[in-house]
Design a protein around this ligand. Sequence first.
Ligand SMILES: *[C@@H]1O[C@H](CO)[C@@H](O)[C@H](O)[C@H]1NC(C)=O
Ligand SMILES: *[C@@H]1O[C@H](CO)[C@@H](O)[C@H](O)[C@H]1NC(C)=O
Ligand SMILES: *[C@@H]1O[C@H](CO)[C@@H](O)[C@H](O)[C@H]1NC(C)=O
Length: 397
Amino acid sequence: MRRHWVVSLALVLLLFAAKLALEAAGEIVICNYEKFRLFDSMYRPRTDNFCVFNDVYLGADVKGADFLASSLDYKRVAFANSKFPQVPPSLFKNFDDIRELYVRRCSLETLRVTRLLERVYAGGNRIAAVQLDGNASNSLRELYLDGNRLQGLANLTHLPALEVLVLENNPLLGDVDFAQFARMERLWKLDLERVGMSRISNRLQRPLPELRRLDLSNNALTYVHVRMFRTFPALEHLWLHGNRLYYLEADQVRTLMPAVRSIVIDDNPWGCGHLAALGKALRDRGIVIRHGECRTERAVQRVCCSDETDVVDTRYLLELDIRRDGRFQQDVRELRADNEVLRRELERVRRQLGELVVNLTRPATAHLVEAVDGPPSSEQQNSAAASDEEYEEGSVE
Ligand SMILES: *[C@@H]1O[C@H](CO)[C@@H](O)[C@H](O)[C@H]1NC(C)=O
Ligand SMILES: *[C@@H]1O[C@H](CO)[C@@H](O)[C@H](O)[C@H]1NC(C)=O
Ligand SMILES: *[C@@H]1O[C@H](CO)[C@@H](O)[C@H](O)[C@H]1NC(C)=O
């Protein structure tokens, strides 16, 4: 009996020691260079050569694994059927030239974005924190973070090369101010579907000149003034379905959204009266209302609406009246802000103009000084002297 117990204990100890040895040595994981299928920014299937790691399972201590490949200069790395709370640091150490990283559905909790990464597919995880090396990236062009647990975008503002940002289905994100995207001057696609937004604000100081696709669907927006979109002069497609909208200023759409081609508006509590007017106004301006299928009886252009038109219309009229005061003050504030931006712009142009005048007179001086052949006319002498004076004043400054 006693002997049996000793043997069991020895066996347990032996197994434990073996496990320790294995962990200390570090598991070596090798990827397979293969054609990998994924979807691009327009949801088109795409196949490309990736080095693919399969079945990588790691616990909280992700440092145990060492990632290798037959060649370490692969630029695209993917994980399939894998699970770890963060991408093991040794991956970035061994593959120091990764440009594309595919880590969809890996149970990630934090995401690190290294300097050279250009595309990161990190949807379907549990990401609550994103860390950018150096708090910024000049390389990152496409970032997919759909289906995660982000609560804020504070770490995602310094991304000047970003073109595509997909934040769909991060229900903890909440209200968003478009000013958070101010530095993303090349952004053409912004997906904010199902992020738990109940109101949008826009304190952008400069327009986002490239933004063409904006998805705000399936949130809890009750009222969105089209003025909110005035900073997106290239906006072509806007998704607003699945909100709580019942009113939209159709008459201002064309002036505030000059490039808009389609607006998706179904699945909102429209009153049929307003919807009919809205639909006509948009169509008259060449804007397509895209719709789902309305299965209830009351619909305008296949967009569902409520038969209690009057009730709804009265409700928005009442609400507008109540808001009018606030709106007026908001208008004044926005005009003041715009005015301030214009004033600063003017100041900048004025300074540039001053510089330009100095620059223009400078070569003239050099030319005149060089042109010693022949007696200069008194007029030329005068202007040369004047320029010299200016030049000296300029260089003293
Ligand atoms: C933001 O970045 C910092 C520094 O990299 C990091 O410590 C923090 O966890 C990040 N926070 C979020 C919410 O992503
Ligand atoms: C990045 O931001 C965090 C706070 O978010 C800060 O503590 C850290 O010093 C910053 N790092 C760099 C390199 O700027
Ligand atoms: C004026 O010249 C300086 C130096 O040659 C140059 O840096 C600057 O951009 C010029 N300014 C303008 C407005 O052309």
